[in-house]
Design a protein around this ligand. Structure first.
Ligand code: DQA
Length: 148
């Protein structure tokens, strides 16, 4: 069983549907997860989902992720831009990972253009909304295959 993908959403992603429509699709996290689950099955992957607004909990989940998953799809929300704690936990975890953002973070405010996890990830997909998760899963599948 080497097809398990953990889709990890961080802070404020549980508020999808209420966020700025200029940057975010008007769907709930549950609806997004449903779609991502379908994309995953198209690629022969099995997705599980996790979301928290607590940074330490996100780190603890990463500590144990290798027992539950073979690859990670990460959207840590604002933590992406400054959480060295999450970066370190991701490094410890050692699983292949892809960073994904609904909005085009590199074209928004200056502070969103920095990602402290990017160099630990096999790639990043941003600004493609829900469909970006499909692209990210495709990338992740390749890097999971290469990691075998
Ligand atoms: C986000 C982009 C982040 O800058 C922001 O803080 C989020 C969501 C995205 O998916 O576009 O919460 O990660």
């Amino acid at each position: 069983m080497r097809n398990r993908v953990a889709v990890m959403h961080g802070v404020n992603l549980d508020q999808l549907g209420r966020r700025d429509p200029e940057h975010y699709p008007q769907i709930t996290l549950t609806e997004l997860e449903f779609k991502v689950g379908r994309f995953a099955r198209e690629f022969g992957l099995e997705a599980t989902f996790f979301q928290t607004n607590h940074e330490g909990e996100f780190c603890e989940w990463l500590h144990e992720a290798s027992e539950r998953a073979d690859g990670l799809l990460l959207n840590p929300g604002a933590w992406t831009h400054y959480s060295y704690a999450i970066r370190d936990a991701l490094e410890v975890c050692g699983l292949p990972a892809v960073e994904v953002h609904l909005s085009a973070v590199d074209e928004r405010e200056e502070w969103r253009r920095k990602s402290v996890i990017r160099d630990l990830c096999a790639g990043v997909v941003q600004g493609r909304g829900v469909d970006g998760y499909r692209d990210a899963l495709e990338l992740l599948r390749s890097s999971m295959a290469a990691a075998r």
